[in-house]
Design a protein around this ligand. Structure first.
Ligand code: ADP
Length: 445
């Protein structure tokens, strides 16, 4: 069993991991940047080690500094959270080579899924539907033209190594392809260190639905689905479990196909398979994330599975406590991400929180690391809290979430709360049939 866990992350996810570790009687070690010295994770961990200046490349991405802290503290395992080093196969390898436990999938699987084109090919070979597109990396404009003609416009150009909603371009015409191809390669190189692109058919009115998997390296189980179509800049902002759009039959087919593929791959720990679903409920794999997701609480609330605890237990002893026969999905959960950002322009709004109040109550969960007087640093993600509502029905969860958001008060920085509240006046949101384009292109407020 793991005795001491180093958490290589910050903010709400660091606290979420810490809570499960402490519940299991595991000592916790946090690493932090100079900008985070007064943070809640630093105050609540059993031990804390400063690993460098504010900039992520000097601290939360600084592998030698993190490994030194692991050695000094005597930690026997590392949890990478999400973002930062969580999907860095090299980091996972280094952790394992140092004799520590990496809490996540094997480096081999992280590597495979980190290359979106390889992931596409593998999934196709395992019987998971993928979107029509290029069969490999597209290096030359001539190949791009031919592929685009074959599958038909619109298409989407994607960076093989892309992530976080970046490195994608929607292309509607051959002229746009000519204009964008080289720039997209250059941008991919600048942002992800690889200029490699691939092409996919662009689905115009798509839903983003994903499937959460847990595996122990032998067997994998599909835990449940999540609807994540409420997005801005290809980034999720509201998530629900289960998806209100797809039918029970589609859901079951998705869960089954993913479970089969994940079991053949012998996946370990948590993996999320993301799909686009068209208006006819055809679903197509787009990518897999080999880490805990921001939106994991909605799945936890409808299944009662503690996903982080499962991750730790699997990493400790290799056994899953979740059994397929006992798995139930009951009720409905919705998460709203509170971002410190200008709700009109979506640009970050760091600064000091002068007054703060989060509500509680029946069916309300708040995952956050901010407090009154806290200064939100400008160097990291703008998400400062997640408010999650759980109800017996979607309607009940929606009402609870609306009240909770109305009772939330954050003074000192701009947040997207006004935008989130306005969503409750939108028939599309209330109906559950909103696509990935809704928030940015159709929603007027
Ligand atoms: P990232 O890894 O950067 O999050 P994803 O491949 O998961 O990128 O895509 C993020 C979002 O971009 C999707 O949820 C969807 O809104 C949009 N998207 C990606 N691929 C397509 C596509 N082929 N057609 C339509 N929308 C897409």
């Amino acid at each position: 069993m793991i005795k001491k866990l180093l958490i290589a992350n910050r903010g709400e996810i660091a606290l979420r991991i810490m809570a499960s570790a402490k519940e299991l009687g595991i000592k916790t070690v946090i690493v932090y940047s100079e900008a985070d010295k007064n943070s809640m994770p630093v105050q609540l961990a059993d031990e804390a080690y400063c690993i460098g200046p504010a900039s992520p490349s000097d601290s939360y991405l600084n592998i030698p500094a993190i490994m030194t802290a692991a050695e000094l503290s005597g930690a026997d395992a590392i949890h990478p959270g999400y973002g930062f080093l969580s999907e860095n196969a090299r980091f996972a390898e280094i952790v394992e080579a140092s004799g520590l436990v990496f809490i996540g999938p094997s480096p081999k699987h992280i590597q495979l899924m980190g290359n979106k084109q390889e992931a596409r090919k593998t999934m196709e070979s395992l019987g998971v539907p993928i979107l029509p597109g290029s069969n490999g990396v597209i290096k030359r404009i001539g190949d791009a033209r031919r592929t685009a003609e074959k599958i038909g416009y619109p298409i989407i150009l994607k960076a093989v190594a892309g992530g976080g909603g970046r490195g994608m371009r929607i292309i509607n015409t051959p002229v746009e392809l000519e204009e964008n191809f080289t720039t997209a390669q250059r941008e991919a190189y600048m942002a992800f260190g690889s200029p490699d692109l691939y092409i996919e058919k662009y689905i115009e009115r798509a839903h983003h639905v994903e499937v959460q998997v847990i595996g122990d390296g032998k067997k994998a189980i599909s835990i449940g689905d999540r609807e994540c179509s409420m997005q801005r800049r290809h980034q999720k902002i509201v998530e629900e479990a289960p998806s209100p759009f797809i039918s029970e039959e589609t859901r079951q087919r998705m869960l089954d196909v993913v479970e089969k593929a994940a079991t053949s791959l012998k996946l370990r720990s948590l993996v999320t398979f993301e799909f686009l679903v068209d208006q006819k409920e055809n679903f197509y794999f787009i990518e897999a994330n080999t880490r805990i997701q921001v939106e994991h609480p909605v799945t936890e609330l409808v299944t009662w599975v503690d996903l982080i605890k499962e991750q730790i237990l699997i990493a400790s002893g290799g056994k899953m406590t979740t059994k397929k026969e006992n798995l139930r999905r009951i009720g409905h959960a919705i998460e709203a991400r509170i971002n410190a950002e200008d709700p009109q322009t979506f640009s970050p709004s760091p600064g000091k929180i002068h007054f703060l109040f989060f509500p509680g109550g029946n069916g309300i969960r708040v995952d956050t690391a901010v407090f009154q007087g806290y200064e939100i640093p400008p160097y990291y993600d703008s998400m400062i809290a997640k408010i999650i509502a759980y109800g017996r029905t979607r309607r009940e969860a929606l009402r609870k979430l609306e009240v909770a958001l109305k009772h939330t008060s954050i003074v000192g920085v701009k947040t997207n709360l006004p935008l989130l509240l306005k969503l409750f006046e939108s028939p599309e949101f209330l109906s559950g049939n909103y696509t990935t384009r809704f928030l940015e292109e159709e929603f007027v407020w």
